[in-house]
Design a protein around this ligand. Structure first.
Ligand SMILES: *Cc1c(COP(=O)(O)O)cnc(C)c1O
Length: 397
């Protein structure tokens, strides 16, 4: 008998009553803009920045309008210029090369390993081509950060971390986002905390952060920030840094603050679900699971597996059969970008050399979201469905 799953892959948990009440309080005040504060008030946005800096372990934090804005803002703060080349992952999502293109720079794509992390050999080969690496911890897979940072230091490459999928994760006990010069996070609905849209930028570097705050549209009101460098640092940058508005507002900050407090618990909830799926998929003939390296503290908000060297027709058949059973899988190997998936060679504004080893892996990556509205039993059922549909297609050869 074929089993069916009837849940939704895009249904989030509701916003908590505590967060809703905080949002209502902001709306009643009428003061939604981050710099619209009453006497002596720090405001939701600055409080959120302080709390996120504490959680991440960084000196400074800036809350912004989106994760993509944070990425472009980091590039601008690092003074990446039009025509500069910026190293980045071939396996990532559109906002990453998009941020690079938005400052007129040119992405140089670095390959992906079977562990779904950046290929350090390929990075080494390309490191001389750029001064900045925008490292995407795509789908929460964290590479050997000690090796990566050592390599980038040796080549004078500064690292911006894209932690859209690793908020709450760590490498060998160091929080994801604390290895590079700057790190960017997203609080968009499909990420780890949900304000519809939003993001963060963190850093310990005073000058980079002062520039980022000026860039975000602080109208010389930077002294109203709670997790910012001192006013003297702004003196050095304020006349030379353009305003590219992308602030966060109090309403979003109000609903994010309670969510930050429950992030750790949510990470546990994700990982319980992720691990049920992973063990349900292990040892399926034809399917390669992505085992997590020992040093990685991951956030299992999605799961990936590989159908290496399967034909497009076979993978299409698997996707179709799973969809018939209510299981929505995404495939990174499709020639056309679909919904959130896309491949480095589908970003036609960014020139790329063919990467056969990477193409083989991208062609096999199947990806699935794990919303927290799934129960543990749902995850076990989904794993059984995927396993049986894959087995059916695999046996048919
Ligand atoms: C979501 C995402 C971002 C940024 O997202 P916004 O939608 O702009 O908040 C950046 N990188 C990756 C890999 C993402 O998935």
């Amino acid at each position: 008998m074929t089993e069916k799953f009837t849940g939704s892959f895009t249904q989030q948990e509701p916003i908590s009553d505590e967060a809703i009440e905080a949002a209502v309080t902001v709306m009643r005040s009428g003061r939604l803009h981050r710099y619209n504060l009453s006497e002596g008030e720090l405001g939701e946005v600055s409080l959120l920045e302080q709390e996120f800096a504490t959680l991440a372990g960084s000196k400074f934090c800036l809350a912004v309008a989106s994760g993509g804005y944070a990425l472009a803002c980091a590039l601008r703060a690092m003074q990446v210029k039009p025509g500069d080349r910026v190293l980045t992952n071939a396996f990532t999502l559109a906002p990453v090369p998009g941020a690079i293109a938005s400052v007129g720079a040119v992405p140089v794509f670095v390959g992906v390993t079977e562990g779904l992390v950046i290929d350090l050999e390929d990075l080494k080969a390309k490191a001389e081509q750029a001064d900045v690496l925008m490292l995407s911890h795509m789908r929460g897979h964290i590479c050997d950060m000690d090796a990566l940072i050592a390599m980038c230091d040796a080549h004078g490459v500064k690292v911006i971390e894209d932690c859209a999928h690793t908020m709450g994760g760590a490498w060998r006990g160091v929080a994801s986002g604390r290895h590079g010069a700057m790190a960017c996070y997203s609080t968009q609905t499909y990420k780890h905390i949900n304000s519809g849209e939003g993001g963060f930028l963190i850093s310990d570097d005073e000058e980079l952060m002062a520039r980022a705050i000026m860039l975000s549209g602080s109208y010389m009101l930077y002294e109203r920030h709670g997790a910012a460098p001192s006013a003297e640092v702004f003196e050095q940058v304020k006349y030379h840094t353009p305003n590219v508005s992308g602030r966060m507002d109090h309403l979003r900050a109000a609903i994010l603050r309670p969510q930050l407090r429950s992030l750790e618990k949510q990470v546990e909830n994700w990982n319980t679900r992720h691990d049920i799926l992973l063990s349900g998929l292990r040892d399926t003939p034809g399917l390669t699971v992505v085992e997590r390296p020992e040093g990685e503290a991951y956030v299992g908000s999605s799961i990936q597996f590989l159908l290496l060297d399967w034909t497009e027709v076979q993978i299409g058949e698997v996707l179709h059969r799973c969809a018939e059973c209510g299981v929505e899988l995404k495939w990174f190997g499709g020639a056309e970008p679909v919904a959130f998936t896309s491949r480095y060679d589908s970003w036609r504004y960014a020139p790329s050399e063919p990467m056969p080893a990477t193409d083989r892996i991208l062609k096999g990556i199947v990806d699935m979201r794990i919303p927290l509205t799934f129960s543990e039993a749902d995850c076990a059922l989904i794993a059984r469905i995927i396993r049986s549909e894959i087995s059916a297609v695999y046996q048919a050869g």
